[in-house]
Write a protein that binds this ligand. Structure first.
Ligand SMILES: Nc1ncnc2c1ncn2[C@@H]1O[C@H](COP(=O)(O)OP(=O)(O)OP(=O)(O)O)[C@@H](O)[C@H]1O
Ligand SMILES: [Mg+2]
Length: 369
């Protein structure tokens, strides 16, 4: 099933409305709004310090906003204490109780909720089954590997059937292979249980793989909220284009245009891109590296530029070429599945990409032209 469009999605289950959070003189969240549908998995993706954990802590009730409101399932939680929100949290450092066994850790929340003993045991066994850790019930949590502890932290958070699950970089301590396995597993579990989840990460691949939608954050604001393919293929801003995935970027000045296409004067020659900018506007053209191919194509459909290879980076299944640019802010990166013969640093070659694969953005104020 294709992902629902904005209009088809049900009214928001989690609604964060115009939330402002200040620490002293610094505004960490700046009138931020976010609406998440029931059973949706949304990632908060952004660089260190952009306010991801702060937003999570506000939703969990561990912080209070200076302004704005937070609702879950139509209930205003803004002033409700954390332990009365029925929100599960998985922190980056697991925060398991070291003196308790695996089963006791998972049962902790059930006890606090007053779930009868017999039901506790059943629910703990079910939760252990979900994360495939049944055999570890009586193990001390200190005697588990990082990945196993992470599974227990997830089991402990979902066993109480939270109305919302918040995960703050839960896999950052795991090695790459294990992280990739956990990403797929967790996604599978949460989808089956239909738990609405907010997942913090600064790993773009993790966000692309796991999410129904991604909220790309920048300095306390959401820069772009969209499905992984929307955010990757049609980024709303240069910031999003650069933060999610690799991209080439070439700055230039609009020379002319008609019918929704503009011509841009750049150090690589004239480049055409879809968009409407006034003649004289300073712009940046962004292109994904896999959209660029070696060699020429029909000029009616393609931008073609000639350049000199600066670096050849071999990835096994593909090779990335970095081209020389005359300005530090420009970048021309080309990803090829098969490397043409005799391409090495210094090789001159022509590359092409479809005009429609060019994304056009206003130049950032500080970019030199
Ligand atoms: N309790 C606090 N008091 C003062 N400043 C804080 C506090 N908590 C966070 N900040 C500041 O707020 C900003 C956002 O912090 P936050 O922890 O939300 O970032 P983050 O996006 O989660 O970053 P990271 O990826 O490094 O975890 C940072 O500049 C941080 O220093
Ligand atoms: Mg954080």
């Amino acid at each position: 099933m294709p992902p629902a469009t904005e209009a088809e999605r049900e009214p928001s289950y989690l609604a964060v409305s115009n939330v402002i959070k200040r620490f002293g003189a610094s505004t960490v969240l700046d009138s931020l709004s976010l609406a998440v549908g029931r059973a949706e998995f949304v990632s908060l993706l952004g660089p260190s310090g952009c306010g991801k954990t702060t937003l999570l802590r506000l939703i969990a009730g561990l912080l209070t906003p200076d302004q704005g409101a937070i609702e879950v399932g139509g209930r205003d939680l803004t002033r409700v204490a954390a332990h009365r929100r029925n929100i599960g949290v998985v922190f980056q450092n697991y925060a398991l109780f070291p003196h308790l066994t695996v089963a006791e850790n998972i049962a902790y929340g059930l006890k606090a909720k007053g779930v009868p003993r017999a039901d506790q045991a059943k629910k703990v066994t079910e939760a252990l089954g979900l994360v495939r850790m049944e055999a570890f019930a009586d193990r001390a949590v200190t005697a588990l590997s990082g990945g196993q502890q992470q599974r227990i932290a997830v089991a402990r958070a979902i066993v109480v059937e939270p109305s919302l699950l918040l995960l703050d970089e839960p896999f950052s301590a795991l090695d790459r292979k294990l992280r990739e396995t956990m990403q797929i597993e967790l996604r599978h579990i949460l989808r089956n249980l239909g738990i609405t989840s907010i997942f913090v990460t600064h790993d773009q691949d993790e966000a692309l793989v796991m999410s129904d939608r991604i909220a790309v954050m920048n300095e306390g604001r959401i820069e772009h909220l969209g499905t992984p393919s929307e955010v990757y293929a049609r980024p709303k801003s240069l910031y999003t284009m650069e933060f999610v995935g690799q991209s080439s970027r070439i700055a230039g000045v609009v020379k002319g245009g008609q019918d929704g296409l503009v011509e841009i004067d750049t150090p690589f020659g004239l480049i055409r891109a879809p968009g409407n900018f006034l003649v004289g506007s300073k712009v940046v053209v962004g292109v994904r590296p896999e959209a660029i191919a070696a060699g020429e194509g029909p000029a009616s459909d393609y931008n073609m530029v000639r350049g000199t290879v600066a670096e050849v980076i071999y990835f096994g299944s593909r090779t990335l070429l970095h081209f020389r640019t005359s300005r530090e802010t420009d970048r021309l990166h080309v990803e090829l599945n098969r490397l043409p013969d005799q391409v090495e640093p210094g090789t001159e070659m022509t590359v092409r990409w479809r005009i429609e694969d060019s994304r056009l953005f206003p130049a950032p104020a500080e970019a030199p032209q």
